[in-house]
Design a protein around this ligand. Structure first.
Ligand SMILES: NC(=O)c1ccc[n+]([C@@H]2O[C@H](COP(=O)([O-])OP(=O)(O)OC[C@H]3O[C@@H](n4cnc5c(N)ncnc54)[C@H](OP(=O)(O)O)[C@@H]3O)[C@@H](O)[C@H]2O)c1
Length: 354
């Protein structure tokens, strides 16, 4: 691309915002022109306002950028990557869409709206077409798309591959979720060190509902949810990054372990989503060791965008069980938003086609 697309990160100082800054460093299509934060940070250089917790160094271009208020007048962008808390997202993301920006949100504020897609491009790139209806009905020239809850992300990629091949009916999923999923500073160290917290407020309904929307069919301007029933248990564990999910599933046609492994490893996803800069390469990796995937060893697979599946085995209650890992602040958040934005550019919903 001769000229890069100017983008803004809303809530750039937090856990997901930092990942956005890191992943947008030297992006082939996008250039960060504004960073926003709360009153705590506005007016300060990003390098001072942000408590950087990533191992990669803060990019030099970000260090001196002054953190701005979150409004399209002060901090414009053709694409707005939103890492805002949910209440603020509900109020501020529509302002950006009205100003013509393509809002790629990490927040859950609009995930349930019938005219807003929850996009995982390697699963449901075709759902982006609902933006036409969103623009018509809401009267704005921009758009809002969301990524899924971080726990649903890798799980739903694996479910999609299996659903296509064997017809998915129902299942039980149990998460072991990293601390960074709670943002920064997140869970108090005295609560999580040497401990597991057997609930994450508001998480289980999301993990039960979001995959059914993402796996649904796009028909006549509507997303028809898949007829899949999931029961979720969600737990916070003392891991810095990488959410594990243990899944037991029932299908229309019971696969053997070998058939399931082949279908997962061969999964490609829709053509429109395959060769984008942030596309996972490959979408799914299948591990065969007795003790993988593990968050610390496997979360960086495919730059943190690839879903890692392991421990595939028969399930005595349903048909198949396995463990799935995905990087929560990359594939489950910032990397997911970036992939969504690239898809929107490719489809003409966020400026020109590179
Ligand atoms: N962490 C994950 O793995 C993950 C995964 C998927 C989705 N999400 C979602 O992504 C969003 C961000 O999560 P996070 O974990 O990054 O949270 P976080 O670490 O708490 O960061 C929140 C960000 O919002 C900013 N903010 C707070 N109040 C603001 C205001 N009044 N105006 C403008 N900005 C304001 C903060 O800025 P200051 O620092 O300046 O206060 C900070 O940059 C949430 O909706 C979360 O549910 C998170």
């Amino acid at each position: 691309m001769e000229q890069k697309i100017p983008v803004v990160i809303l809530g750039a100082t937090g856990s997901v915002g930092q990942r956005m800054v890191q992943l947008l460093d030297s992006h082939p299509w996008f250039e960060v022109t504004s960073l926003t934060g709360s009153d705590r940070s506005i007016g300060q250089p990003y390098g001072e306002a942000c408590h950087w917790v990533l191992t990669a160094p803060m990019p030099t271009w970000a260090r001196e950028m002054i953190v701005r208020p979150t409004d399209p007048g002060s901090a414009p962008g053709q694409v707005a990557f939103s890492a805002l808390p949910v209440d603020l997202a509900r109020e501020l993301e529509p302002a950006y869409a009205r100003a013509g920006a393509a809002v790629c949100s990490n927040a859950s504020a609009f995930r349930e709206a019938p005219d807003v897609p929850i996009l995982l491009p390697e699963v449901n790139a075709e759902h982006a077409a609902i933006i036409e209806r969103q623009r018509r009905e809401r009267g704005w020239s921009g758009c809002i798309v969301t990524n899924s809850n971080c726990t649903s992300a890798g799980l739903t990629v694996a479910l999609k591959a299996l659903q296509e091949a064997f017809g998915l009916r129902r299942g039980v999923v149990v998460s072991l979720q990293a601390i960074s999923g709670a943002g920064y500073p997140g869970v108090a160290s005295l609560d999580i060190v040497d401990n597991v917290i057997p609930n994450i407020k508001g998480e289980e309904p999301k993990v039960e509902a979001e995959p059914t929307k993402i796996l649904g069919a796009y028909r006549d301007g509507a997303i028809v949810p898949a007829e899949v029933v999931l029961s979720a248990h969600t737990n916070r564990v003392a891991v810095s990054e990488g959410h594990l999910v243990c899944a037991s599933l029932e299908f229309d046609r019971a696969p053997s372990v070998e058939q399931a492994a082949r279908v997962l490893a061969d999964y490609q996803g829709p053509a429109a989503a395959r060769d984008l800069p942030s596309a996972p390469r490959p979408p799914i990796v299948v591990r065969t060791e007795w003790d993988r995937p593990q968050p610390r060893l496997d979360r960086e697979t495919g730059g943190g965008q690839t879903t890692v599946v392991g421990r595939l085995r028969p399930d005595p209650l349903f048909h198949l069980k396995f463990v799935v890992l995905s990087h929560n602040t990359i594939r489950g958040a910032a990397g997911g938003s970036l992939y969504n934005a690239e898809l929107l550019v490719r489809l003409g919903y966020a400026g020109g086609l590179p």
